[in-house]
Design a protein around this ligand. Structure first.
Ligand code: ATP
Length: 276
């Protein structure tokens, strides 16, 4: 669904952020985009959404070059930025103004998600708190029913009940037709939601693997359960899971995303070598 080919991008005369980057993303998945501060996550999302123009190469969504921003591309994608400023209108006016651009907009769904998020329906949106504004935009983005939904740090500013609600709502809207990309530092918020991890590091996509694929190759265990021979990465922590070991057929578990991310950006090549 998304084809990124030889994408080369930099802001102004600054050095390049991406140099011939390639990536393919498919429908029916929730992708988690991870990277250190400044790695270029937001910039990659903006390239996909056609908000910036590459120096070379391209991003295509459903066969349309993003940077051309043709109507058939725009009506099938919704981008929720990290920073947002909602206009001085109420939720009904905001939904009406937006629905116009999205043929599959579902107004009932918008009101339902707002209610689930406990956001007041009345009043001007620009007077809501940051977290409430974020929830309005998430509700709107989901209600557009676009095949591509891009969210940059969506759980930033959400309180704990809202994060739980967010996970429920996102899981319920994923269909085989939809591709959701979430950039985040709050990996623990989204651990159970993301089915494929993408890690950007040193201007490259160093990992693009499904959780199932990852778990078929490595396991996450407490140090006490790790045999010394197969330890790929270890963090010193007093308790809990802190060790990555090469896959063993007798173990099952979940991906400890934070641990995996640390191993990768720490320059630990053993983990990446096993995963590749
Ligand atoms: N509009 C801009 N003009 C010039 N440089 C920019 C602009 N936006 C981002 N940058 C630079 O591009 C680099 C990547 O920024 P980006 O926001 O894409 O990273 P990020 O991975 O999303 O970071 P964070 O995790 O801190 O949000 C940074 O060095 C940043 O200073």
């Amino acid at each position: 669904m998304i084809e990124i080919s030889n994408l080369t991008f930099g802001y102004g005369l600054k050095s390049l952020l991406f140099n011939s980057l390639n990536l393919k993303l498919e429908r029916g998945h929730i992708y988690g985009l991870l990277g250190k501060n400044g790695a270029g996550k937001s910039t990659l999302l903006k390239n996909i959404a056609g908000l910036v123009v590459p120096k070379a190469g391209f991003c295509k969504v459903n066969g349309h070059k993003s940077s051309r921003r043709v109507p058939s591309f725009l009506q099938e994608q919704f981008f929720i930025p990290e920073e947002l400023y909602l206009p001085a209108v109420n939720a009904a006016q905001f939904a009406k103004g937006t629905a116009h651009f999205y043929p599959k907009f579902d107004l009932d769904m918008f009101w339902k998600i707002l209610a689930d998020f406990d956001v007041p329906h009345e009043g001007m949106l620009n007077k809501l708190s940051f977290g409430q504004q974020k929830k309005v935009l998430i509700a709107l983005g989901l209600a557009t029913n676009t095949s591509l939904l891009i969210m940059d740090e969506p759980t930033n500013g959400l309180d704990i009940p809202s994060k739980i609600q967010f996970r429920k709502v996102i899981a319920s809207v994923l269909t085989d037709e939809r591709c959701i990309i979430i950039s985040t530092h709050q990996v623990r918020d989204l651990d159970s939601l993301i089915d494929t991890l993408i890690v950007l590091n040193n201007k490259e996509v160093v990992l693009n693997k499904s959780v199932d694929d990852i778990l078929s190759k490595i396991q996450f265990v407490p140090a006490s359960k790790a045999g010394s021979a197969d330890v790929l990465y270890q963090e010193s922590q007093s308790m809990g899971v802190n060790t990555i070991v090469a896959g063993r057929e007798d173990t099952f578990g979940k991906v400890e995303t934070e641990l995996l991310f640390n191993a990768i950006v720490d320059g630990n090549n053993s983990v990446l070598t096993v995963l590749r």
